[in-house]
Design a protein around this ligand. Structure first.
Ligand code: UFG
Length: 330
């Protein structure tokens, strides 16, 4: 297969490219390198630097790279906090970018797309575990734009025969088993990389955002899912579409929740560092618990996460961060 990966230099995109190439697929990457990293681009993939909002650029990629079987779309901004401060940036990149992409796909008769969506489409969950047909009421602009992107695929599909799979990730984490690629956001806002900055000597302590939630130890519960397991789900989703199946939406998580305290404790065990933690006020907009039901992905896509153990997840993150303390920067 020949797969176009948009955002293939980003965190989840680069891990998906590594899995696709390991599986023997032909990969073309598009990335504007605004948040992606040239060092994360797999050497065996064709790479085009450019922006999906630029119609002539994206048209030129489809023209040069004939016979693309499917698109995997990661090219979006993804920081919840930033999306609340600068919502129009999210509408512009996430929604306008996807509109231009879809126009170009329709014009080039490319009719299959796998989409990087998020648990943030649900907002405050109505029940745990969260099922795909539960109410979607995002509480931030990031989640709202991802939900709107899903709807853009749906209506474009109805009009033009395009089919899509939307993968709603819970908390993506960990790094490639080789330690060659990993998570490198600026600014970093995610729990596990922030915790690991303490043993790296880059941060004095980790702040725990609230201990008065209705959970077993008062701290928030999340469903942490290894990035390579997410990557595998994208490959299965492409195969699902290639087999002629209908558009669909799947949650991706392990179905197990860990509290912030449990994640910190596990990181202490993995790193052997006492990792100082300090209690702080709640962070605005954090739901108490987010846990996926991924039964649908398991039964329909045949997805089986291989790295569900939190200690293993953090060990892969630690291998990456301890050997790349400044991310991809030299
Ligand atoms: N947390 C802390 N201290 C920190 C950072 C995070 O206590 O320094 C807590 C958060 O309050 C939260 C948990 O750790 O309870 C996980 O926080 P992350 O920022 O790592 O992840 P989120 O659960 O906020 O975000 C994830 C995805 C988003 C998605 C969101 C859906 O990363 O893309 O779930 O709500 F939008």
């Amino acid at each position: 297969m020949k797969i176009l990966v948009l955002g293939g230099a980003g965190y989840i995109g680069s891990h998906t490219v590594y899995e696709l190439i390991d599986a023997g697929e032909n990969v073309v990457i598009v990335d504007n390198l605004e948040t992606g990293h040239i060092e994360a681009v797999h050497p065996k993939a064709a790479f085009y630097q450019g922006d999906i909002r630029d119609r002539s650029f994206i048209d030129s990629v489809f023209d040069k790279e004939a016979d693309i079987d499917a698109v995997i779309h990661f090219a979006a901004n993804s920081l919840v906090g930033e999306s609340m401060v600068n919502p129009l940036k999210y509408y512009d990149n996430n929604l306008c970018g996807t509109k231009v992409l879809l126009e170009s796909m329709v014009a080039h008769n490319i009719d299959k797309i796998v989409f990087s969506s998020t648990a943030a489409t649900y907002g405050e969950p109505e029940r745990i575990p969260i099922m795909e047909d539960d109410c979607t009421a995002p509480t931030n602009t990031y989640g709202e734009t991802k939900l709107s992107m899903e709807k853009m695929f749906k209506w474009t599909g109805k009009a033009h025969g395009l089919r899509f799979v939307s993968l709603r990730y819970f908390n993506a984490c960990g790094a490639h088993i080789s330690g060659q690629i990993g998570e490198a956001h600026k600014p970093e806002t995610h729990l596990i990389p922030l915790i690991l900055q303490v043993p790296l000597g880059q941060r004095d302590h980790i702040s725990i955002f609230g201990n008065d939630y209705p959970t077993k130890d008062g701290t928030c519960v999340r469903d942490y899912i290894h990035v390579t397991d997410l990557a595998q789900a994208h490959i299965l989703a492409v195969k699902y579409l290639m087999e002629g199946n209908e558009s669909n939406i799947f949650n991706l998580g392990n179905g197990i929740g860990f509290t912030v305290n449990e994640v910190i404790e596990t990181a202490r065990k993995v790193t052997g560092d006492p990792i100082k933690a300090e209690m702080e006020d709640r962070r605005a907009g954090d739901p108490a618990q987010l846990i996926a039901s991924s039964d649908k992905a398991r039964s329909i896509l045949g997805w089986k996460p291989q790295h569900a153990d939190l200690e293993e997840i953090i060990a892969t993150a630690w291998k990456w961060h301890s050997t790349h303390p400044n991310g991809y920067a030299k």
